[in-house]
Design a protein. Sequence first.
Length: 201
Amino acid sequence: MGVAKLTDQNTITPDSKYARIERERRYLLQDLPQGMTRADHHLQITDNYMTGSRLRMRKVRDPKTNKWVAKLTQKFSLADGDFARTIITNTYLNAIEAETLSTLFNSNEIRKNRYYLNYEGRKFSIDMFLGDLFGLVLAEVAFDTDEELESFTKPSFALVEVTDNELFTGGRLSQLTFAEVRQEITAQGLLSFSSSVQTNA
């Protein structure tokens, strides 16, 4: 008997005991918040997304130590259109595992520098995108409970909240250029003036 082909109809995905709920809000920024510079300590992140899947390959380098961390991530929304709450599972990889899996994740790439900012008792991740997305700056902040997530208000350094906008998810951004993102920002009327988001040359 031949091996049956796996399809969405005959394949189940049981809940994983290793998965956790990730609660986040995401914001569009003009640039790094006041008081921060590109010379500040940051991490260099490369994300590759497998087309049509919920999988991401992430490699993180600390320029200070030249050490790398690699992990395979599965991430998906709890409900359609709710990108504030996602189910995430991480598997950390050694060098051989990372290099082997990299051959499957060789497209849909995002490169960015991640900075950290403590603001009003919260730790924000500030991502300055590179390559095709150079000019895009996003901030993310995580929460432990739904109550904290729901009650949080937009920080003063942010232009607009984009948490539930599919355009600003990693899988979507990996298929776009910054020019295309700006066009979508204008088309969706996210900002009063599209020139508010400019290439940070």
